[in-house]
Structures are given as structure tokens and as C-alpha cells.
Write a protein of this length. Structure first.
Length: 319
């Protein structure tokens, strides 16, 4: 059992996609009072359909975080929320939990009330907060200078991203999210899609400033592998510098990098891990950020973080 259990310390994890739920479970296991701050820029898949057809805020990342922090993440209620229809006109592709959240928001007139009702139903052990309640759209410019409009298209674009931005720009933050950041003992950024899951949260007015002003230990969990297209060819320092370029200067105390077997740049052209070279470490440290390298990859799925290894490094960094 972790020495952090029962400390009552507060942790906030910021991101979206599939990386954030993994971190939330580990933080709960370590005894933190845990809050997720989730991007509202998703416009792909089921969430995108609900945005276009109902004018709803995207429920998908919220749903995944609620299930991750449910009292019984593998129980019937959680499985029901995650159930995805495979057929049926108008139903195929939708997760039931997305439909429930959209229905609750429409019935109550409040996306926040929808999240609270779903949290009660799932007996969620933490909080899930949107970074903004504004109807935002993520766009970007790739390295060829082409503009790409929409989060899903930006994620699918074969050319790496150079810059991302929100429309409208500087949307107002959801105030409880800013308060959670100001009260946190630990803030965890990532892992997750760099430009399409992590960065959008910090393009919301006040979020980066709240992290910068926080007394929390601020930790960046760098991805184990690059995404084809979005971050192809980026090393660890490139990931960190991209965050800084999108407003996170002075917002990271420790960068946790995956470096199995020591520091060495990869050769070859296979599925691309995020390189961690001595030069990467030097560039990150030059930004005033401590670097911690550990073997964090899942042995069976080398492009993902291993849950147990992630828990171990979080306990180490948060101690």
C-alpha cells in the first residue's frame, strides 16, 4: 500500500483522450482527492455528431473520466456508460454514456448538472470539470503551412502540427476549474495527444495563468510514442517546447520521460517512440524544468504507458 494513501492531498489532472483516465485511476489509488479538467474541443466521432446535431458540448472525454473514477470502473453501470452501439441508423458509433450526458444536459439546461447527475449515478470518487463551457473549436497550422480546421481533422492530418489555436480565441474558463488548480497540491499534465487533447485546455483564458500561479508540484507526463501525423518526428524536448510555445512557460516543474535502457535516440522508421537524447534533457533543463527518466512503456503495448509503472513514478514524484 502506498505511503500517500489517506493524505487528503489534492491532485488535478489536465488533458483529454485516453491518457487522462489512466492518470486519474493512479492518482485515486495513491490517495489523492482527484479532479480532472477536460478539453471541450473534441469534435470527432460520437461527440462530434452530438455537437453538430444538438449543439451539445462534447461528452466523450468527460464520460471516460467519469468511468475511470467510478466506484466500480468494471461494474455494470460503468460498462453501460461505455457501451457503444455498432449498428442502427442514428445510433451506430454512439457510446450510451454520451447520449445520457447529452440528454441530461438538454433536460436540465446545464452540462455541469449533467456531469453531476452522471457522477452520482456512477458513484464517482472525484470530480470532472470542463475547462470551459464555451462552444470552442480547435484549429491548427501544420508544418507545411496549411491550415486545418477542426480537432478531428487536425488529429488525422498526415503532416505534423506546428501551431494550434481555438475559435473563439481566449474563451472564458469554467471558474471551478481555475479554483481547483489554485487549491491543488499536485497538477499533472498529460499524457495525451499533444495538440488535440492537452494544448486546447491551456488555450482557454486563465488556465495557464492558474497553473503558473499555483504552489502545486507541476508534473508533465510526456507521451511514450508519437502520433503519426500530429507529432511525428518530435523528441521529448520538442514536446515540452511546444507546450511552452502554447502558453505553458513557467508551468512545469518536472518532466517525466520514458527512457527504457538509458538515454538514446532511436534509429529506424518503425512505430515511433518519443526520443529522449542527452540533448533533449539539456534543452528541457535549460527551461528550468527538472527531468526524470524512467522505463514507463507497457511491455505488451509499447506505445502506451504501463499502469503500474505510471503509479510508481507518480508516487515517487509526488512524495
Amino acid at each position: 500500500m502506498s505511503g500517500l494513501i489517506g493524505t487528503g492531498r489534492r491532485a488535478v489532472a489536465v488533458g483529454g483522450g485516453t491518457g487522462l483516465p489512466l492518470v486519474l485511476r493512479r492518482l485515486l489509488d495513491l490517495g489523492f482527492e482527484t479532479t480532472a479538467i477536460v478539453t471541450m474541443a473534441d469534435d470527432g466521432g460520437s461527440s462530434g455528431v452530438l455537437r453538430r446535431q444538438l449543439g451539445a458540448l462534447p461528452p466523450g472525454d468527460v464520460r471516460n473520466c467519469l468511468v475511470a473514477m467510478a466506484a466500480e470502473p468494471e461494474g455494470l453501470r460503468a460498462r453501460m456508460f461505455q457501451y457503444r452501439f455498432e449498428m442502427g441508423e442514428g445510433l451506430a458509433g454512439h457510446a450510451l454514456g454520451n447520449l445520457v450526458l447529452a440528454a441530461l444536459a438538454e433536460e436540465s439546461g446545464s452540462f455541469v448538472e449533467a456531469i453531476e447527475a452522471a457522477s452520482e449515478f456512477l458513484r464517482v470518487r472525484g470530480r470532472v470539470l470542463p475547462s470551459t463551457l464555451a462552444d470552442v473549436h480547435l484549429h491548427g497550422v501544420d508544418r507545411d503551412g496549411a491550415e486545418v480546421f477542426g480537432q478531428a481533422l487536425l488529429a488525422a492530418n498526415p503532416t505534423p502540427v506546428e501551431r494550434a489555436y481555438l475559435e473563439p480565441s481566449d474563451p472564458p474558463a469554467y471558474e471551478p476549474a481555475l479554483q481547483a488548480l489554485s487549491e491543488a497540491d499536485v497538477i499533472v499534465i498529460g499524457p495525451g495527444s499533444l495538440y488535440t487533447s492537452i494544448v486546447p485546455n491551456f488555450l482557454v483564458a486563465g488556465v495557464a495563468d492558474a497553473v503558473r500561479a499555483s504552489d502545486a508540484k507541476r508534473i508533465y507526463l510526456c507521451n511514450v510514442a508519437n502520433l503519426r501525423g500530429e507529432t511525428l518526428g518530435l523528441g521529448a524536448a520538442d514536446h515540452v517546447e511546444a507546450l511552452v510555445a502554447h502558453g505553458l512557460q513557467g508551468c512545469i516543474d518536472v518532466a517525466v520521460l520514458n527512457a527504457p535502457g538509458g538515454l538514446a535516440c532511436e534509429d529506424g522508421s518503425g512505430p515511433e517512440h518519443v526520443d529522449v537524447c542527452p540533448e533533449d534533457v539539456e534543452r528541457i533543463e535549460a527551461l528550468g524544468i527538472e527531468v526524470l527518466t524512467r522505463d514507463l512503456a507497457d511491455d505488451a503495448h509499447a506505445e502506451k504507458h504501463d499502469a503500474a509503472k505510471l503509479a510508481s513514478v507518480l508516487e515517487e514524484v509526488c512524495a
